[in-house]
Design a protein around this ligand. Structure first.
Ligand code: GGG
Length: 350
């Protein structure tokens, strides 16, 4: 029997609700393979107890796992830069998970806020560079509290980092339709010019892939006005972070959207998480939408090579969105548990 070891880090807020829901669904699904789930209580509560979001040697403990199933970080009582850098980014950077993959599709039964857009009109995969750029962590502050106080936040773009994310995006686009390279090289005339140049270099190795280039500001309007003209989109860490939130909202809700933080070389484990954050405003009410964590589980199963199970889970999710009561963020009244039970029931029938 094939066995996969999953490190489960629910993290903060509704992560503690949607990740157990995902584990319940995965347990229902895993019949001809075994999933071992080990829980890690890291996050903001752990920080309040220990002064750290995760232990110093936490990455060593995670290395032995086949995948990491992650919830969210963010706490109203702690600075976001502490929670984000102390856990999520520590894992993404520490495990060189340089390709962040964010599929967006309008699922059956879900209504886009765009009047003229329905199922099939939005079918994108956003590839987010995930270890450098604006999130390189390079910078500092000096002369604190004085009128001369300064802060620098330096975006780092390397030839190696850009080349590998472009190759990843082109390989993905080769299996789909086309690639749009997002840039801002009119204003960011060093890093993003290098970004454009390397995109053009890598494009030469993929002559069959239709490619275009677009400024990030113009891309937002294209996503709204001409969604069918987009397919695979590659962007820097910050640009793709912003575009993918817009994408999720245009496909119905942030609550649906999944992410894979991939280490394509498989030297380190990859991490899978719903796009949404900790959503403290709805925490503890039992109404968080678990579909993002289920779709994320589909991506994790694909990564683990469990393709048939991934397809079954996606079919069950789509059956539920098409035929069952939806959760509150999608205009329905279903609770987290009701959506979870509906997906489990659908899996039994498939
Ligand atoms: N599950 C995603 C999550 O917890 N995101 C929190 C967050 O603030 N992320 C910022 C970012 O990814 O740039």
């Amino acid at each position: 029997m094939r066995k996969h070891k999953i490190a489960v880090i629910p993290g903060d807020g509704i992560g503690k609700e949607v990740i157990p829901a995902g584990v319940q669904v995965l347990r229902e699904l895993a019949k001809d393979f075994e999933l071992q789930f080990d829980q890690f209580p890291w996050g903001s509560d752990y920080y309040r107890e220990t002064g750290k979001m995760m232990p110093e040697d936490g990455l060593e403990g995670l290395r032995a796992y086949d995948a990491i199933y992650f919830g969210a970080v963010g706490d109203p009582d702690l600075p976001d830069y502490i929670t984000l850098w102390g856990l999520r980014l520590k894992i993404c950077q520490g495990f060189d998970q340089y390709a962040n993959v964010r599929p967006t599709r309008i699922l059956p039964g879900i209504i886009s806020p765009l009047r003229k857009v329905s199922e099939g009109d939005i079918d994108w995969v956003i590839v987010r560079e995930n270890t450098e750029g604006e999130y390189a962590g390079h910078g500092g502050r000096a002369h604190r509290g004085f009128p001369e106080e300064i802060a620098t936040e330096t975006a780092i773009f390397t030839r190696a980092g850009i080349t590998r994310i472009m190759r990843f995006a082109y390989e993905l686009a080769q299996a789909r339709r086309k690639l749009t390279v997002i840039t801002k090289s009119n204003a960011q005339r060093h890093g993003l010019v290098l970004w454009d140049e390397i995109a053009a270099e890598v494009a030469r190795d993929f002559p069959s892939v239709e490619t275009d280039k677009m400024l990030v500001d113009a891309a937002t309007t294209r996503m709204v006005l001409k969604p069918r003209s987009l397919d695979v989109i590659v962007a820097t860490n910050l640009h793709a972070d912003i575009l993918s939130d817009l994408a999720a909202a245009l496909a119905g809700s942030m609550g649906i959207a999944p992410t894979a933080n991939l280490n394509p070389s498989r030297k380190f484990p990859s991490m899978f998480e719903p796009i949404h954050g900790s959503a403290f405003d709805i925490m503890g009410k039992g109404i968080a939408n678990p579909i993002g964590s289920f779709w994320t589980a589909v991506m994790m199963l694909e990564h683990l090579g469990e393709i048939a199970a991934a397809q079954r889970l996606m079919a069950a999710i789509e059956h539920v969105t098409a035929t069952c009561e939806l959760p509150a963020d999608l205009g329905g009244t279903a609770t987290t548990q009701q959506v979870t039970d509906a997906v489990c029931q659908s899996l039994k029938n498939l």
